[in-house]
Write a protein that binds this ligand. Structure first.
Ligand SMILES: [Zn+2]
Length: 460
């Protein structure tokens, strides 16, 4: 069963002394009053829970002591039994009325039009019903009823919003270096067991790389795995693609040469989020795979060379890819080597030296600083203490976060009687996260997503 697999998952990764990164994350958890993510667990806790995926979501039944309308501020105040308080704007409550006139319940979608929403609405009355829900009557006598649990999760406090965003997007990351033991799972179990699939996808999200073992050593397995998620991402290299030494190669990957650390497809403005690579046949000599944690390396760059970090997070670099495969293509893109969000948090790495264009759209005085910054980042990722090296065997599938990891391979000896052959496929994070949320709901019951659906079962 999958429990034994999950144990393999958690232990090699987390039974190390906590790194400064982990400690920082633990402090952040305490500050945010969030449950510590799995990687904060001590070995004792790991033994109890065994896994990233098995710790159930805490289900706290929240009940209300009191509810009142603050008419002047146009806020509804809820006092919880535990002494806490939550505030909800009238406009937001009216906008999210869950009744069948305001919500198409079969689609969980809003029917109420923005044009029909009074964004300055008052509230005629509000009370806690006998069954512990909030009942509101609006000035036009329309009535709304809200579950306590549904409201609690949507509390507007910083801590509650942060907890909800973490539940939805799992943005906590476990940073690693060369000492990482890559998490493993069984290919067949992942295909057929939701618990195994959940552990796989959680580790893929948190750690960024997972090895699946035991796939048949023949083509078609990455497509099966993509079907387990939903569907794969078609690109100019086809639905799936064969990494082999090819004459007149249309990509440097299709040779027997060394591939320096890179992300795939920065020549697209929206590079594939997730990559699967299945080893069907390995070279007799060479061909070892390499990977680094690009987010962790970016953090090191920011600490060691803030100027270089600023350069790579601000300048847009041209990438290009031209050739014929699925059909003919002539791609151009502009990407920042290190993408950050509006708060400066690293969200995506875009770097492939082979497809970085000779067209460089920078004023003269920025050219040399750009090279200096890029070289500083590459030098950090090439440090032996940062690179994980592994050899894929026939039947192994490596699954990894292509927005975060840079991967490469050593050169290999190409021989006609022993052809190295990998089959690859791309997916996007939206589809992968969608499957993760569904298997999490299947494994943990409705605890994770119950409030989104509970109104379906409620008589209104
Ligand atoms: Zn309504």
């Amino acid at each position: 069963m999958w429990m034994s697999t999950l144990a393999r998952f958690a232990r090699p990764v987390f039974q190390r002394s906590p790194s400064p990164v982990v400690c920082k994350a633990m402090k952040a958890c305490r500050r945010m009053e969030l449950p510590a993510p799995s990687f904060c667990m001590t070995p004792v806790h790991i033994r109890r829970h065994q896994t990233l995926g098995s710790a159930p979501m805490p289900v706290a039944a929240h009940s209300m002591r009191h509810v009142r309308a603050l008419d002047e501020e146009r806020l509804m105040a809820v006092e919880w039994e535990d002494g806490g308080q939550s505030l909800y704007p009238f406009t937001w409550l009216r906008d999210n009325c869950q009744c069948p006139r305001c919500t198409l319940q079969s689609a969980e979608a809003r029917l109420l039009l923005m044009a029909d929403l009074d964004i300055h609405t008052g509230m005629d009355s509000v009370e806690v019903t006998k069954d512990g829900k909030v009942s509101i009557v609006w000035p036009d006598q329309h009535m709304s009823v809200f579950d306590a649990e549904w409201l609690k999760k949507r509390c507007f406090s910083d801590a509650a919003r942060q907890a909800m965003q973490e539940e939805l997007f799992l943005n906590e990351r476990y940073y690693w270096d060369a000492t990482l033991h890559i998490p493993q799972a069984d290919f067949q179990e992942v295909l057929h067991d939701d618990g195994a699939a959940l552990a796989w996808l959680l580790a893929l999200r948190r750690v960024g790389i997972v090895h699946l073992k035991g796939a048949p050593a023949e083509q078609g397995q990455v497509a099966r795995l993509a079907e387990r998620i939903g569907y794969l991402r078609l690109t100019f290299y086809g639905h799936t693609w064969q990494v082999q030494d090819k004459s007149m190669a249309n990509n440097v990957a299709y040779t027997s040469g060394k591939l320096s650390l890179h992300t795939d497809y920065p020549a697209l403005h929206f590079a594939p989020g997730v990559q699967f690579l299945h080893c069907i046949n390995q070279a007799k000599e060479g061909g070892e795979s390499e990977a680094v944690d690009g987010f962790h390396m970016a953090e090191q760059l920011q600490r060691e060379d803030p100027e270089a970090f600023r350069t790579l997070t601000s300048l847009h670099v041209d990438f290009t890819d031209t050739g014929t495969d699925y059909c003919d293509f002539m791609l151009q893109s502009k990407n920042r080597i290190i993408d950050v969000d509006s708060e400066g948090k690293v969200t995506r790495i875009n770097y492939n030296n082979a497809t970085r264009d000779s067209v460089l759209d920078l004023p003269l005085h920025q050219v040399q600083p750009f090279y200096r910054a890029l070289r500083a980042y590459v030098d950090i990722m090439n440090r032996p203490e940062n690179v994980v090296t592994y050899t894929m065997k026939p039947g192994d599938i490596v699954t990894f976060d292509n927005w975060r990891l840079l991967h490469g391979r050593k050169s290999y000896i190409s021989r006609p009687d022993r052809l190295r052959h990998l089959e690859g496929a791309y997916l996007d994070w939206d589809e992968v996260m969608s499957r993760l949320r569904i298997v999490r709901r299947n494994v943990h019951g409705d605890a994770w997503a119950s409030d989104k659906r509970s109104h379906l079962h409620r008589k209104t």
